[in-house]
Design a protein around this ligand. Sequence first.
Ligand SMILES: Cc1cc2nc3c(=O)[nH]c(=O)nc-3n(C[C@H](O)[C@H](O)[C@H](O)COP(=O)(O)O)c2cc1C
Length: 331
Amino acid sequence: MFFIGNVRLENRLIMAPMAGITNLPFRMMVKKLGAGLVTSEMISAMGLVLGDKKTRDYLKSHPFERPLAVQIFGARPEAMALAAEIAVENGADIIDINMGCPAKKVIKTGAGGALLNDLTKVRQILTAVRRVCYVPLTVKIRSGWAAGGTAAEEIGLMVEDCGADALTVHPRFVTQGFSGCADWDVILRVKRRLKIPVIGNGDIVSPEHAQHIRSQTGCDGVMIGRAAVGNPWIFKQILALENGGKTAAPLLSERKDLIVEHYALLSQIKGELRAARDMRGILISYTKGLPKSRCFRGAFTKISGLDTLVSAIDSYFSFLEGRSNAGDLIS
Ligand SMILES: Cc1cc2nc3c(=O)[nH]c(=O)nc-3n(C[C@H](O)[C@H](O)[C@H](O)COP(=O)(O)O)c2cc1C
């Protein structure tokens, strides 16, 4: 069990916010497979404040996935405070603030990772949001803007001083994008200085990595991003390892059932046609690394509804089952 402020999580494993990925159906899948906390995609504070329909749709949630952290981004303190209130009214159990996004279109508005260059603005935003936000407030940062700039420890101390309830550190500089490796020593240094929980993130690709980051840095929670895309079972595997069990890969039948369930949820929310379009990429991630998955991509890209989805996955999974029955180990 683990607390962020007064919100109780079943475990210390957190699904990272990922734009274009951590929508409601995806979050339901990772929640089902053991994540203690799921986070929305980053949501524009200005979009929420201006009542933009598409932006507000990002707030849709389901009781099953709770507790839910909603991540907002922006550079204007009043808009961020208002956006936090809107998110809470719509069911957010935790408000997370993005202070790490390296995307140019975000940076040029002074939001995301650009804030790590402007600590006065960081304080203004956190003070404004804290004043109105009665649910726990968390912040997600990178190591800093660039090497030689303000250190993550200093930023973390300011975040704590402004009343945040937890801090997530993805230890790459904003200017690095996703290049190089996550420097987990930064998490260790931040953890040593802060009293609030510190969540470690970056390059965790296996259950063993999740154990390693905790023992190396002492971080209180572990956040997983890319490794859960196509492999939401990673949460179940980490929990199994923590409890002294084995980290079994999903059975082919479990993989297939999850794909169908994911599609059913997507269709309920987006309608069959749009869900079919979105499902093409999702199927590629669920089958990545499996034998001959590339050969079936053509069929995946023709999916136009439930019938074509079922026939594409039926033919691919029958092929895999044939290989598995013939003695190939497939997971
Ligand atoms: C496609 C994609 C979208 C992302 N979107 C967000 C986002 O909306 N908010 C955020 O704070 N970080 C975002 N991130 C960063 C992740 O949350 C995470 O910090 C990063 O991927 C490192 O963790 P990982 O190595 O486990 O993937 C995104 C990363 C990727 C690859």
